[in-house]
Design a protein around this ligand. Structure first.
Ligand code: 5AD
Ligand code: SF4
Length: 484
């Protein structure tokens, strides 16, 4: 999931669901209702959506209840993304909308959270007079104090980046949840310094969360009926933790196995993998456990070695191709997806062709595809000219998108007639008579409902029809032993 372009006017229903997380909160033990409501809107990567659930938990402890309508809220929060310029523009547009709410309801506070808060810091308060609080991704524990400061007429700012904060002890409040899938964050920050990327500046140094708190969270989710977790981090493969007392080490492969052992009914996914760190132990763990999904999101960014070097990705085309070969060798039934940037600084037509050919070679089932957007403060912004004309970037992106669509369709055609184990996630968007759910490959299947089944149940679905986005099928068997 990547959500950086919803605007108030062209939000699809799905985007509204994704951005406006909110539901009735049950106050935690010991918390006293304070009669106030908060509203939170999230943009960008899954990590931001996961962070908003930490924020909700902190606010619930303070006695806040949540609202799905910003007009009803006393506290409006926007969890922001800085990854591309467009993402930031959308946030500024939303702030104008929230400001009107302030006019109508005096005393309403507006807070900016996340990457944009971190990137712009106090400057935000000067640029956007409408904002009362600016809170960076490592400062959410400080929110109650910052709210108080803002309530007292001041401005609440905390953009301190921590080397330790993992929010390990905070039990997230699941927002806008279907009760089946949940994100579990395992690392924060990023040490990679890809030259185009603002994330190392906005989210700070990489830290790994205590594995026992991760496992406890996964177990708690199973107990509450959840059936899928996605382990989240900017670069999950570099997860590392050692027990301060025993020195025992936990790698990402080990953590995957520990999570898979929690319950055979709990599917385990993870995102994002970095090609330089995705090692064979991870592949063997996927192969060993049925409930670790056969799907890897392995962003390539570019298919050309010179561009990869300029991007500071620390691998070249050959290295990436070797990883792809190894994945298909160890797990022949694995699917792969990618992130791709079109028109990075100085990219030639031949180098762009290398990106197209790597999409074809890797057989991605899906990609997140972007035009390069120069971000202030990054190495690329300092060292390289953003010299590919906008219309060339747009044309290259269109070629990438067209090829990816063809690859997705080709991959889906191969699924015709096959039967997959599917975890039911809810009603299909188009019809209440159909369920939607994904198979191990992270492909969405749509199929007619059957009496007695509900989200969280496992069924076997035979694929009868496909398009480039979805598989359409019918239930041929129910997974009796899994569906309690
Ligand atoms: N311009 C375009 N795309 C970017 N990404 C990160 N930074 C930029 C940028 N400056 C993309 C990368 C990354 C994904 C999350 O966003 O493909 O993997
Ligand atoms: Fe950005 Fe690279 Fe870190 Fe991903 S791995 S968050 S692209 S610096």
């Amino acid at each position: 999931m990547y959500n950086d372009n919803p605007t108030i006017n062209n939000l699809s229903n799905k985007e509204i669901d994704e951005t406006r997380q909110g539901e009735a909160l049950v106050l935690p033990d010991g918390a006293q209702a304070n009669g106030k409501k908060f509203y939170i809107e999230s943009y960008g990567c899954a990590m931001n959506f996961s962070d908003s659930e930490i924020v909700a938990s902190i606010l619930a402890k303070e006695g806040y209840s949540s609202s799905t309508q910003y007009k009803d809220a006393d506290l409006i929060l926007i969890n922001t993304c800085s990854i591309r310029e467009k993402a930031e523009k959308n946030v500024r547009q939303r702030l104008r909308v929230f400001d009107k709410s302030k006019d109508k309801k005096p005393g309403v506070l507006v807070g900016v959270l996340g990457c944009m808060a971190e990137r712009l810091k106090k400057k935000f308060l000067e640029e956007e007079k409408l904002v009362d609080m600016v809170v960076g991704p490592d400062a959410y524990r400080d929110l109650p104090k910052l709210i108080k400061e803002a309530d007292d007429g001041g401005k609440g700012v905390n953009v301190f980046l921590s080397r330790e904060e993992t929010y390990a002890d905070i039990s997230p409040v699941r927002l806008g949840s279907n009760g089946v899938n949940a994100f579990v964050s395992i690392t924060r920050g990023c040490d990679n310094m890809c030259s185009f990327c603002v994330v190392p500046f906005t989210r700070g140094r990489e830290r790994s969360r205590d594995p026992f708190s991760i496992i406890a969270e996964a177990q708690d989710l199973v107990n509450k009926g959840y059936r899928e977790v996605t382990l989240l981090g900017q670069n999950v493969d570099s997860y590392k933790w050692s027990n301060p007392e025993t020195g025992e080490r936990v790698t990402f492969a080990k953590l995957l196995e520990m999570t898979a052992e929690v319950d055979p009914r709990l599917r385990v996914r993870f995102s994002t993998s970095h090609p330089k760190d995705l090692n064979n132990d991870v592949l063997y763990a996927i192969k060993k456990y049925h409930n670790i999904c056969n799907y890897i999101h392995l962003p390539v960014q570019s298919g050309n070695s010179r561009i990869l070097k300029l991007m500071n990705r620390t691998y070249d085309r050959e290295w990436y191709l070797e990883r792809i070969d190894k994945i298909y060798e160890v797990i022949p039934d694995c699917t792969i997806s990618s992130d791709i940037i079109a028109g990075f600084c100085s990219e030639t037509e031949e180098e762009h062709q290398d990106t197209l050919s790597i999409i074809e070679y890797s057989k991605y089932i899906m990609s997140y595809m972007f035009k390069y957007s120069e971000r202030p403060g990054t190495v690329a912004a300092k060292k390289y000219a953003d010299d590919i004309p906008e219309e060339v970037k747009a044309r290259r992106l269109a070629e990438i998108v067209d090829l990816q669509q063809e690859m997705s369709h080709r991959s889906n055609l191969k699924d015709l007639g096959k039967t997959y184990e599917v975890l039911i996630e809810g009603d299909s968007k188009k019809s209440k008579d159909d369920f939607k759910g994904r198979n191990t490959h992270n492909k969405m299947l749509i199929f007619p409902k059957q009496e007695g089944l509900k989200p969280g149940d496992y069924v076997y679905v035979k694929v009868n029809e496909v398009n480039s986005a979805t598989l359409i099928g019918e239930i041929v068997k129910v997974h009796e032993s899994f569906n309690a």
